[in-house]
Design a protein around this ligand. Structure first.
Ligand code: ATP
Length: 516
C-alpha cells in the first residue's frame, strides 16, 4: 500500500478509536489544532511520563519546572523572537496557496536523495550478496550526477538562509523549476518574512494594555528562572531544568496532521554547563536522547541524526533526531548547543546579573547551555505511525481475516488490560468486576461485555491493549482466566492471584527506564 494511503488510514483510525479529533469539529474544525480523545490523552500522558522520569527521576542533577505561558514581553525581545522568529513565505499566484520557501527547497533536496536511494536499492537487488554499496555510490554515474546536483543546491540554500537572502531563495525556486503541488504552476510571488508568534493584549483597557505573546517555545521560561532554581535548589554545574508545556506558532503551512500544529506541546531540558565543556555534553545528550528513542523498539534503521549546516543565531552545534514517518525522514527532536546566548541576552535586557559563582576557581561566569527539545505531539505521531499495523490472520476455521493492531510498547499503551466476561450471565460479569476492582489501582483496566469475544479482541487490538483476560465458567471453579497476548494472539491460562505481578512488570514505565 502507498505510504500516503497508510497515513490517511492512520488519521481516520485515530479519530475512530478516540486518539485524536480535529479541534471544535462541530464547527468544521480549526486548521492545525487538534484535541486528544479518551485513548489519546492516556497515550500522551504515558509519553510525558517516559520523558519526565528519564530526565528528572533518573538524573539527580536535573529538576523540573512549570513556567507560565504568558511572559514579560521583553523576554521575546531578548531571545530574538520579536526580530528574527520568521519563516520565509511564498505564494503561488495560480492556486493562491501559501508555502514556506525553505520547505519547498528542502522537498526538492529530498527528491534528489530519493533518486539516489532508488538507484542503490535497484543495484542491491541486482547484485545480491555481491553488492558493495560504498563502491557503488562513489562510482555510479547516475548517483554521482544526482549527488552533485544535491550538493550544489544545498550549498546555495544554506548560504541564502544564513544570509536571510529572500531573493536568493526565490531564485533557487525558479531555477530548480519547483512547481506548486496544487496548481502545478511555477508562477510565484516574491519571498517575504513572516513572524510566527501569536500576540494578544493584556490589561482591561485598550490604553493600559500591552502586547504580549503566546510563548513560541518553552525554553525561555527555563532561562528566566535559571537563577531562581539554581539558588533555591543549590544547584552546581552541570545541572538541568526540564519542562513540559504548550507552545504556539502561527505556522504558515500546517499540514500532515499533528506533525505541524499551531498549538502544540514541547518537552524541553536545558542543561547548564561550564563554558568550554558544552560540546562534550552536546555529544553526550545526543547519544542519550537517541537511546531514549530506540528503547521503544521501533527499529534502528528508522532513526538518524541530521546535523545542521545552517546554525541558528544562538547555536554553536545542532542536530535533529529524525524518524522515518510514512512521509519520509523528519525531525522529531532538536539538540542544540545554545552557548551563553540566552542567559547573556536576559542579563543585558533585565540588567540583573545572571551568572554562576564557581567556588573552586572563585570566579563568576555565564553558563553555557545544551538543550534537548522534543515535540510531544510529533512524538505521539511517531509512535502511532510506527505502531499501526494491518495483519492478515488465520481464524480457527481456517479462513482468513484482517485485523488492525496498534503495536504500542506496553508501557505506553492507553489501556493495559481488558477484562472480558465470556457471557453476560451466570455470574461471569460479577466475577470480572471483582477482578477489575482489585487491579484498577495498579494499571489502567477496561471492562467490556458487549459483542462476541472476537470483536472485543479486535477493538482492544485497535487501541493497542497488550493483554485481554477472559472470564469463563472455568474461572468460577478454579480461579483462573485466559490471558490473550496482543501481538502473538497466543492465549494461556493463568491464576487470578498472579495476574498483578505478571502484568504489572511488563506495563510499567520502569520497564523502559531500566533499559536507558
Ligand atoms: P521545524 O523545522 O519542523 O519547524 P523547528 O526546528 O522549528 O521545527 P524547534 O524550534 O527546534 O523546531 O522545536 C523543537 C521541537 O518541537 C521540534 O523538534 C518538533 O518536534 C516540535 N515542534 C516544533 N514546531 C512544531 C509544530 N508546529 N507542531 C508540532 N511540533 C512542533
Amino acid at each position: 500500500m502507498a505510504q500516503e494511503d497508510v497515513f490517511k488510514k492512520l488519521v481516520s483510525h485515530c479519530k475512530e478509536y478516540g486518539f485524536v479529533f480535529p479541534s471544535s469539529e462541530i464547527y468544521d474544525g480549526l486548521s492545525a489544532v487538534y484535541d486528544y480523545g479518551q485513548n489519546g490523552v492516556e497515550l500522551k500522558n504515558n509519553i510525558k511520563k517516559y520523558w519526565w522520569d528519564s530526565m528528572v527521576l533518573l538524573n539527580e542533577e536535573v529538576v523540573g519546572l512549570d513556567a507560565a505561558i504568558f511572559m514579560h514581553p521583553t523576554t521575546w525581545k531578548a531571545s530574538g523572537h520579536v526580530d528574527a522568529f520568521n519563516d520565509p513565505l511564498i505564494d503561488n499566484k495560480d492556486s493562491k496557496k501559501r508555502y514556506r520557501a525553505d520547505v519547498l527547497i528542502e522537498d526538492k533536496l529530498a527528491k534528489y536523495e530519493e533518486k539516489m536511494a532508488k538507484e542503490v536499492a535497484k543495484a542491491a537487488k541486482r547484485f545480491g550478496d555481491q553488492f558493495d554499496e560504498e563502491q557503488f555510490v562513489t562510482t555510479n554515474p547516475r548517483v554521482l550526477a544526482n549527488q552533485e546536483k544535491y550538493n550544489k543546491l544545498n550549498d546555495r540554500f544554506v548560504k541564502a538562509m544564513n544570509d536571510s537572502d529572500l531573493d536568493g531563495l526565490r531564485n533557487i525556486i525558479v531555477e530548480e523549476e519547483i512547481s506548486c503541488p496544487v496548481s502545478g504552476s511555477k508562477n510565484w510571488t516574491d519571498v517575504r518574512q513572516f513572524n510566527l508568534m501569536f500576540s494578544t493584549e493584556m490589561g482591561s483597557t485598550a490604553e493600559g494594555a500591552s502586547t504580549i505573546y503566546l510563548r513560541p517555545e518553552t525554553a525561555q521560561g527555563i532561562f528566566v528562572n535559571y537563577l531562581n532554581v539554581q539558588k533555591t535548589g543549590r544547584m552546581k554545574l552541570p545541572f538541568g531544568i526540564a519542562q513540559i508545556g504548550k507552545a504556539f506558532r502561527n505556522e504558515i503551512v500546517a499540514r500532515q496532521f499533528i506533525f505541524r500544529m499551531r498549538e502544540f506541546e514541547q518537552m524541553e531540558m536545558q542543561y547548564f554547563v561550564k563554558p568550554g565543556t558544552e560540546l562534550e555534553f552536546f555529544e553526550q545528550w545526543k547519544q542519550r536522547r537517541m537511546k531514549w528513542h530506540k528503547t521503544l523498539g521501533y527499529g534502528e534503521e528508522n532513526y538518524r541524526f541530521h546535523d545542521h549546516d545552517k546554525l541558528a543565531h544562538y547555536a554553536n552545534a545542532a542536530t535533529d533526531v529524525e524518524f522515518k514517518f510514512p512521509f519520509g525522514f523528519k525531525e522529531v527532536e532538536g539538540i542544540h548547543s545554545r552557548t551563553d546566548f540566552d542567559l547573556g541576552a536576559h542579563q543585558k535586557f533585565s540588567g540583573k546579573k545572571i551568572q554562576f559563582f564557581d567556588p573552586e576557581s572563585n570566579t563568576s561566569f555565564t553558563p553555557f547551555v545544551v538543550e534537548t527539545s522534543i515535540g510531544l505531539d510529533r512524538m505521539f505521531l511517531q509512535i502511532i505511525s510506527a505502531a499501526y499495523t494491518e495483519e492478515v490472520i488465520k481464524k480457527d476455521n481456517g479462513q482468513e481475516d484482517q485485523r488492525v493492531v496498534m503495536k504500542l510498547p506496553p508501557a505506553l499503551a492507553p489501556v493495559k488490560l481488558a477484562i472480558l466476561p465470556l457471557t453476560k450471565k451466570d455470574g461471569l460479569p460479577e466475577k470480572a468486576r471483582s477482578i477489575m476492582e482489585t487491579l484498577k489501582f495498579d494499571f489502567n483496566c477496561q471492562y467490556e461485555e458487549k459483542d462476541s469475544i472476537g470483536r472485543r479482541y479486535r477493538r482492544q487490538d485497535a487501541i493497542g491493549t497488550p493483554y485481554c483476560i477472559t472470564i469463563d465458567h472455568q474461572t468460577l471453579k478454579d480461579h483462573t482466566v485466559t490471558v490473550r497476548h496482543r501481538d502473538s494472539m497466543e492465549q494461556d491460562r493463568t491464576a487470578i492471584d498472579t495476574l498483578r505481578e505478571t502484568i504489572k512488570d511488563k506495563v510499567d514505565i520502569t520497564t523502559l527506564l531500566k533499559q536507558l
